[in-house]
Structures are given as structure tokens and as C-alpha cells.
Design a protein around this ligand. Structure first.
Ligand code: HEC
Length: 294
């Protein structure tokens, strides 16, 4: 009886404090392409740039290395990784002149930012059909629509991230932005509700924001392939929003904090389900939150 009374009190007390109780189902949805605005296509292009196999349904992953991979020997990855645009050209779109100028991802390949400024959309599409190099023809895997979304992203969705990240964001603004856009449904108050890594080597918002701000910006901007994560492109977030969000996210922990008394009590009463059941690596397809964009 006492336990029941306490239990009821706890429910009343913590009604406002609980979150992430319901399993979050996020299967990516398929939208009719004719409903796509230009922003939706740019966002989709950015997700293809990140990971085209995850953005598309009904397509096999190449198992061999990309034919251009043999031109380099410094990056030891193999298989599908070698087919991702970001692996050769970087999260900051600057290839060998950017963040991948050193470290295990170094290939020596050029970036795409300058080309995206200089070339027309047609020319950019051409590069993905082998116009500059036969081995850079992606048509066995991706469609004309994918190619045009990718070119549109390069032309209109990329920015010089070095310049963008030159000035710092404002922590307090980022906090409000984070709580409004990222916390409730998905990432939780401290960004540890979704683990992009695994149990042993967890990766949270805080991990990516600190380790790889360019990846952080790219994903917050274009959206995460195979999830319904919002896209800054579709939601028309500004450069300042992105900088503020990054600044705040860099303060988030890279491991799950020890449980405090509140969480332990919640767990005791069977209310402590802290992690959403959604696994970020589970799904494929393009499915940003369209609620904001409709
Ligand atoms: C295996 C590494 C690799 C992958 C994966 C790759 N590229 Fe490239 N990309 C290159 C190389 C090398 C060049 C220079 C090719 C050439 O023209 O000789 C290049 C050139 C380009 C260019 C022209 C740049 C310029 O300055 O002329 C664009 C645009 C481009 N890639 C976009 C993409 C996109 C989009 C993807 C993903 C669908 C992609 N690349 C995937 C290696 C790669």
C-alpha cells in the first residue's frame, strides 16, 4: 500500500520530468517526389553525399573498393566506405585541403567546394557520370534523380565551413535551440539518448560535436540518412543557428553520466527507461521531419 501511494506520488511529481518513455518509432518515410521542394532535394542530396546507400532503398551496397581507391594508399578503409562521397571529399567538402588533410581519412583527393562554386549544376552532374574521369561514373548505383539532387546540394547546400566556424556560437542561444529542436523527441536533455556508436564505444551528440564539428554541421544541416531527423536546410536554420547549436552541443557529455538519485528512483519504479528504442543504424531511406516544412 505504501509502495503504491509512493508510486502514485512519484508519477504525479515526475509527470513533467519524464521523457523518452515511449519507444520512438522512426522508420524513414517515402515521399512522392513531386511533392519535393527544392530544399527537400538539397537536403536529400546532402544525405546522399553522406551515405547514399542508407538514403536509398532497394539498392545493394558495393562490396569491392571504389575504382579510384587504388590511386591512394594512405586511407586503409575498404568496401562500401570507399564509395561514400564524404570519405574522399570530406565532411567539410575540402578533401585534402580540409579536415582530411591528415589522419586515417587522408586520401589526397581534392575537395568539391571549389568545384561546386565554379561549375554549373549540369557540369557537376556530369562529374558523377564520368565526364572528368570514367571511374567517377556512379550510374551503376545511383539514379539520374540522385545525381541531380547531389549536384543541387553541391551547388546550393554547401558552405565554406572553415569560414562558417571561424566565429564562435553563443552557448545560451544554442541551449534554447537544442532544447527546442533536438531534445524532446530524440536526443534527450544531455544528448545521450541516442547512441550512434555501440555499448563499448558510444558516440553521442557531444562526441561528434567535439571530435568532428564538420560532420556535426553537415548532419544537422542535411539531416541523418535513414532517420526522420530534421534538416537545417528544410527548416531554414541560419549560419548563426548552426554555430550556436554546435557551441552548446560541444558542452554535452561523451558518456552516459552516472545515474543520479532521480534516475535510480525512476528505475526502481519501472519508469527509468532512459534510452529510446530507436537505433540510429537500423533504417534506410530519406525521411526528414516534414511537419515543419509543410
Ligand atoms: C573513391 C573516392 C571518391 C569518391 C567516393 C567520390 N569521389 Fe568525387 N572525385 C574523386 C576524385 C579522385 C576526383 C577527381 C577526378 C578527376 O576528375 O580526375 C573527384 C572529382 C569530383 C568532382 C569534380 C571536382 C573538380 O574539381 O573537378 C565532384 C563534383 C565530385 N567528385 C563529387 C563527388 C560526389 C558528389 C561523390 C559521391 C556520389 C563523389 N564525388 C564520390 C574521388 C571520389
Amino acid at each position: 500500500m505504501i509502495k503504491i501511494t509512493i508510486s502514485i506520488m512519484m508519477v504525479l511529481l515526475m509527470g513533467n520530468l519524464t521523457w523518452g518513455q515511449e519507444p520512438i518509432e522512426h522508420p524513414p518515410e517515402q515521399y512522392d517526389r513531386k511533392d519535393f521542394t527544392e530544399d527537400a532535394r538539397i537536403s536529400r542530396g546532402g544525405q546522399l553525399y553522406d551515405n547514399w546507400w542508407k538514403t536509398k532503398l532497394h539498392i545493394d551496397k558495393p562490396s569491392e573498393d571504389h575504382p579510384l581507391w587504388k590511386l591512394q594508399s594512405t586511407n586503409k578503409r575498404s568496401g562500401y566506405s570507399t564509395w561514400r562521397c564524404k570519405e574522399c571529399h570530406g565532411w567539410d567538402y575540402r578533401g585534402k585541403n580540409g579536415a582530411y588533410s591528415k589522419g586515417s581519412h587522408f586520401t589526397g583527393f581534392e575537395g568539391v567546394y571549389e568545384a561546386s562554386q565554379k561549375m554549373s549544376i549540369r557540369e557537376l552532374e556530369g562529374t558523377l557520370k564520368g565526364s572528368t574521369n570514367n571511374d567517377h561514373d556512379f550510374r551503376s548505383y545511383i539514379s539520374e534523380e540522385d545525381i541531380s539532387d547531389l549536384a543541387l546540394f553541391l551547388k546550393k547546400g554547401t558552405a565554406d565551413l572553415t569560414v562558417m566556424l571561424n566565429s564562435e556560437g553563443v552557448y545560451e542561444e544554442g541551449l534554447i535551440f537544442y532544447r527546442t529542436n533536438c531534445m524532446t523527441e530524440c536526443h534527450g536533455p544531455d544528448g545521450t539518448s541516442l547512441n550512434f556508436g555501440n555499448e563499448e564505444k558510444p558516440q553521442f551528440i557531444g562526441t561528434i560535436a567535439n571530435k568532428n564539428p564538420w560532420e556535426f554541421i553537415h548532419k544537422a544541416w542535411a539531416g541523418q540518412p535513414g532517420s526522420r531527423m530534421s534538416s537545417g536546410i528544410i527548416n531554414k536554420w541560419t549560419d548563426n543557428d548552426m554555430r550556436n547549436l554546435l557551441k552548446y552541443s560541444q558542452s554535452l557529455p561523451d558518456k552516459v553520466p552516472e545515474m543520479g538519485w532521480l534516475d535510480r528512483t525512476k528505475e526502481f519504479f519501472g519508469m527509468g527507461k532512459k534510452k529510446a528504442s530507436y537505433n540510429p543504424n537500423e533504417y534506410r531511406g530519406f525521411g526528414p521531419k516534414f511537419a515543419e516544412y509543410n
